[in-house]
Design a protein around this ligand. Structure first.
Ligand SMILES: Cc1cc2nc3c(=O)[nH]c(=O)nc-3n(C[C@H](O)[C@H](O)[C@H](O)COP(=O)(O)OP(=O)(O)OC[C@H]3O[C@@H](n4cnc5c(N)ncnc54)[C@H](O)[C@@H]3O)c2cc1C
Length: 406
């Protein structure tokens, strides 16, 4: 009988444990919380966007995107679908985004725990691992107990959202075992700004096209809903761009978001506005802009363009018209930082993919050690991409162990 230990009962760890268990091994999962899968319950606003079948490297961030490409293969994506099919989860699928049909994250938690229990996996909660040593076997040290095992799966999560249990200790324990770490930074997170008018537009949600410029060079763009807050910007588009911003700011680059507040205007904006103002010639500037923008944005735009709300568009100088059009089309929001790990959905960075075997998730540095889930430098955008990598890496590691001496 071989002994397998999994540290961390998140989505990746539970999946790996389920797949690793066979009749010739003992699988123990150590979880520091009183119950596993605490973070999973928060995902997708409690509905759990657990998978995305539409893979594009554009949705991932890593220092080794070639390996991401190999890990998120069609074969591995299909194995996730098969896994949930076997667990009896009926999905609700919208544009490739998977949710449980129940619309409840707890459905996914319950099926996983039920499967783990029925396979005879021992889940030991309230067991915080403090240290790992590798001699002949792995020695896992908790506060009042030590465990030994032949194979070890580390699935302790990142530093994001520490109140769910993942506080970043996994990185230091793996570093001690010889792995290197690409500095983890908060990602899928709100961005802060010193834009002067934020307090006035706090709470406004609006559909935009937004572009990220790093050191004045275009980097990426997003289309969707943006939320202005009193500290900066939020919303899914912001979260996705935060994956670049967090690294750029940490490495001293200048990050600016340019917002097109009128994405519905498909032609050049100046003739469009000339034409629109002629049709609405009895309206002053405030009244004119309120025809298509939130009133808080109108007041901010008039101020940021240095105009007067009671003036008329036809009376503006060419320079004033250009200023207004520029701010409508390309409002500049300088980014000063990100919110902290406490509100970040994931971490950007982690264990370099070059240090693991991408087919099995086994460490290239220590035999018998497997690293999975968000600990890896393989970070996705919003849309189920992060859980997708957790299931895939968990399945790969578990399968490698489970089929070893079956
Ligand atoms: C609010 C929020 C919403 C999200 N929504 C989505 C979504 O809809 N779709 C999506 O794809 N992704 C989403 N994510 C991201 C996704 O939840 C994570 O990427 C995923 O949970 C990571 O799984 P993991 O198994 O690597 O780690 P985790 O889920 O963080 O699990 C790690 C486990 O290890 C345990 N642990 C840590 N240290 C120790 C220790 N020393 N000893 C013992 N146990 C330990 C922790 O308690 C925890 O249970 C969301 C994240 C958040 C915070």
């Amino acid at each position: 009988m071989s002994d397998i230990i999994v540290i961390g009962g998140g989505p990746s760890g539970i999946t790996a444990a389920i797949k690793a268990k066979n009749k010739n091994n003992n699988v123990i999962l150590l979880e520091k919380n009183s119950s596993p899968l605490k973070k999973l319950l928060l995902t997708g606003n409690g509905k759990c966007n657990y998978f995305n079948e539409v893979f594009s490297t554009k949705n991932y961030h890593s220092n080794n995107i070639d390996i991401v490409n190999k890990i998120i293969s069609d074969k591995n994506l299909n194995s996730v679908k098969d896994f949930f099919d076997e667990l009896g989860v009926i999905p609700k699928i919208k544009n490739g985004y998977y949710y449980p049909f129940s619309n409840q994250a707890i459905t996914i938690k319950n099926v996983l725990l039920h499967e783990a229990e029925s396979k005879g996996i021992e889940i030991i909660c309230n067991s915080e691992v403090l240290d790992i040593e590798k001699k002949d076997k792995f020695i896992i040290k908790c506060f009042d107990k030590e465990y030994t095992c032949d194979k070890l799966i580390v699935s302790m999560g990142s530093k994001a959202y520490p109140k769910t249990g993942s506080d970043g200790l996994g990185y230091s324990l793996l570093e001690k075992l010889g792995h290197s770490i690409i500095k983890p930074l908060p990602a899928l997170v709100q961005l802060t700004s010193d834009f002067k008018y934020l307090k006035e537009i706090d709470g406004v949600r609006t559909d935009v096209y937004m572009e990220l410029f790093e050191d004045n060079k275009y980097l990426d763009s997003e289309v969707g809903e943006l939320q202005f807050t009193n500290y900066g910007i939020s919303g899914i588009c912001t979260f996705n761009l935060s994956n670049y911003v967090t690294r750029g700011l940490d490495e001293g680059r200048k990050e600016v978001i340019k917002i097109n507040l009128v994405p519905f205007i498909e032609t050049l904006i100046t003739p469009w506005l000339d034409n629109y103002s002629k049709k609405n010639s009895n309206k002053n500037l405030t009244e004119l802009l309120e025809g298509f923008l939130n009133y808080k944005l109108v007041n901010m735009l008039i101020k940021v363009s240095d105009l007067k709300g009671n003036s008329y568009y036809k009376d503006l100088t060419n320079e004033e018209k250009l200023r207004l059009c520029h701010n409508l089309r390309s409002l500049e929001i300088p980014i000063t930082g990100t919110k902290s790990y406490d509100s970040a959905q994931i971490c950007n960075g982690g264990i370099p993919l070059s240090e693991i075997n991408y087919q099995t998730m086994e460490s290239n540095i220590i035999e018998g050690l497997y690293i999975i889930g968000e600990l890896l430098d393989m970070n996705g955008n919003c849309g189920g991409y992060n859980l997708t990598t957790c299931w895939i890496s968990g399945l790969l590691a578990g399968k490698d162990i489970g089929e070893d001496n079956d």
